[in-house]
Design a protein around this ligand. Structure first.
Ligand SMILES: [Zn+2]
Ligand SMILES: [Zn+2]
Length: 438
């Protein structure tokens, strides 16, 4: 066996490195240099990566030396991985219908079985659309908010329900995301919620009861600016939401009754969770949920929570989510379920400074990574086993099995997808513009 560049007679490692990284005491930063072939990359120290011809520094080393170089988290990226595209026509059709509502932001349009839910800065409105044509049939305002962003029940025959969504100045939008309201709707369309992402408060309203506020939410102030409000509707008529920075609870959506009484205090030790909950994404069956939160120092750690176990009596199931990955400074990325056991999480890498656009796939029962491919970047939905991504170029469709882009609707950037009608939508400039899949 011949000596390799590192001086060892051993099997070749899976990637090339500069020889500075083969020195065990090296504390130089590590840079990943993608080769453009699949997701293959080489590793260079920061000094070599800055040279005009960094490739000249690369050498084939042994498995041990490449493994040791890989132990250091890469803090930078050069080059790009291979992005595979094989676009075919998507089919489908656009519809436009006038709608004089101005969503508070891109997160304030949500799907209902027979239309859409819109939250403007002063009202929550149900927009019913014709099932065949997507043309607006009627609109009903169910909840109004007051000037202080309180949410107020508008039923003339009921006491006024007032709800504070925000009692403080909106913070500057931070690196973590844009502060403001987000609308959620339950799959069956009975309940809606308005929560303040990167803020403290939220509310669940019963649309069947003309907007009765069923539940008020308050997750406290503990670094709440770092994550969207952890909230999701499950498929069994319950709500899962944060009630503290490190605690999730389930509630009956209709009555607001707490279903998960338990002790998670510091004094209890074993059930105390040192984790800042993040955006929740539940699968269609309501059996698994990804929590896109973080821990100090800070490290993004997407957790897989077993909702079925929680519902069936494992009181601390939500406090014992299984870690899918550890990513320094990286969380709040788009997440979508491909099917009931496979979830896609965007961005590839171990450090926010060294990520590339793409998707990592995880299997829920084992919490193992089962796939990865480069390309997708943008808000993401699951559509018939494919991933739809509102990307810079337009609405993209990706086959997650082969990791290939299979379709593009150029220059269309929807903010919502309606699985009932298989329709995407944007609402801006007084027009609801939908795209219905064939
Ligand atoms: Zn070097
Ligand atoms: Zn070696």
């Amino acid at each position: 066996m011949e000596l390799l560049a590192c001086g060892h007679a051993a099997y070749e490692g899976p990637f090339r490195i500069c020889l500075h990284l083969a020195v065990e005491e090296s504390d130089d930063d590590v840079i990943r240099v993608y080769t453009g072939r699949g997701l293959a990359y080489d590793l260079l120290c920061a000094t070599c990566a800055a040279l005009d011809d960094p490739g000249s520094q690369l050498a084939v080393v042994c498995e041990g030396c490449s493994e040791r170089a890989e132990e250091q988290t890469a803090t930078g990226v050069r080059g790009t991985p291979e992005v595979r595209r094989c676009d075919v026509p998507v089919g489908g059709a656009f519809h436009e219908t006038p709608l004089a509502l101005d969503p508070a932001n891109g997160r304030c349009l949500a799907p209902l079985p027979d239309g859409w839910l819109v939250y403007t800065t002063n009202a929550l409105t149900v927009v019913r659309t014709d099932a065949a044509t997507d043309v607006r049939a009627d609109t009903t305002t169910v909840v109004r908010t007051d000037a202080n962003h309180g949410l107020t029940d508008v039923r003339a025959d009921a006491a006024t329900y007032e709800l504070v969504l925000s009692d403080e100045e909106a913070p500057d939008s931070s690196v973590h995301g844009v502060y403001g309201p987000t609308v959620h709707a339950s799959y069956d369309g009975r309940f809606a919620a308005v929560v303040t992402d990167h803020g403290q408060y939220g509310a669940v309203v019963d649309l069947a009861a003309r907007g009765v506020v069923a539940l008020r939410l308050d997750r406290g102030q503990g670094h709440n600016y770092t994550t969207p409000f952890p909230f999701t509707f499950a498929q069994d008529g319950t709500v899962i939401a944060a009630t503290d920075w490190n605690r999730l609870d389930r509630f009956d959506a209709a009555t607001g009754r707490l279903l998960t009484e338990r002790d998670t205090s510091w004094a209890k030790g074993e059930n105390y969770l040192d984790y800042f909950h993040g955006r929740l994404t539940v699968n269609r069956a309501g059996t698994w949920c990804v929590d896109d939160g973080w821990v100090w120092h800070p490290v993004g750690i997407p957790l897989m929570i077993d909702l079925a176990a929680w519902r069936e009596g494992d009181r601390y199931a939500a406090d014992r989510g299984r870690s899918l990955a550890q990513r320094d400074y990286a969380w709040n990325q788009p997440v979508a379920w491909v099917d009931d056991t496979t979830v896609a999480i965007q961005r590839i890498g171990d450090d926010d400074l060294a990520m590339v656009d793409g998707v990592q796939l995880y299997d829920a029962p084992t919490a193992r990574r089962v796939g990865v491919f480069a390309g997708p970047k943008g808000e993401m939905w699951s559509v018939d086993g494919r991933l739809a991504v509102a990307a810079d170029e337009g609405l993209e469709f990706w086959d997650p099995v082969d990791g290939i882009r299979t379709g593009l609707i150029p220059d269309y950037h929807p903010t919502a997808y309606n699985p009932h009608t298989r329709t995407f939508a944007t609402l801006a400039n007084g027009t609801l513009r939908t795209y219905r899949l064939p």
